[in-house]
Write a protein that binds this ligand. Sequence first.
Ligand SMILES: [Ca+2]
Length: 235
Amino acid sequence: MFKKCLLLSLFISLVWIAGNPNAQPAEQELILEQSVNEYEGTRDTSLYEEGNLSNGGGQHLFAGRTDQPNLRRALVAFDLSDIPTGSTIVSVQFQITISKTQFQRRNSDMFTHRLIADWGEGAQDAAGEEGRGIEAAADDATWTSNFYQSSTWENPGADFVETESGMARTSGTGSTMTFEGEGMVADVQAWVNGEAENFGWIIVGDGQARRFFSSESNAEAGQKPRLVIRFVPAS
Ligand SMILES: [Ca+2]
């Protein structure tokens, strides 16, 4: 009898939940990091201000200002197809690990901006610590070209929305910088809604600091660019 009552009350609860128009789908968390949980959708590369250089297959990404000075900017895009259409994006964190720091005491803010033109990652892999890049191959992104020898950016240094989407303060080697901001939530929402094409973000840090980051092809597990998204699927 007790068991029957239990089963009956469980059944009534399920019917109530299924029929309750106010029941909201639960918030979910999605973590995108290359080669983790069979996800392979990250692409990234660096732009070098001084020439037709690339490093799309390298272990490191670069952003900031060298001593010369020349600027570096990093491009990173994630495949968001695991987020169902109609979802509401609640929060976005873009985490990137600092693999090397020069001028450790020089800190400045770095910013993510939404890219508005597509770009080529390519497979070029610069020698040594990769800070000098390597001659670009056809269709690699460079400072002046979004696809080298095929098409150029409208603005050297990449085409992106002028207002930043997120920001983070530089920190030291081995630490993680977390870019976040309402703009990044809006970017992901627009990408999921199909209102903007997903070309990812550029990391711009034109101040005094310069940082090396671990790229998606870095051998160190758990240190690749990571996107943590919380969202509520459509009801
Ligand atoms: Ca890459």
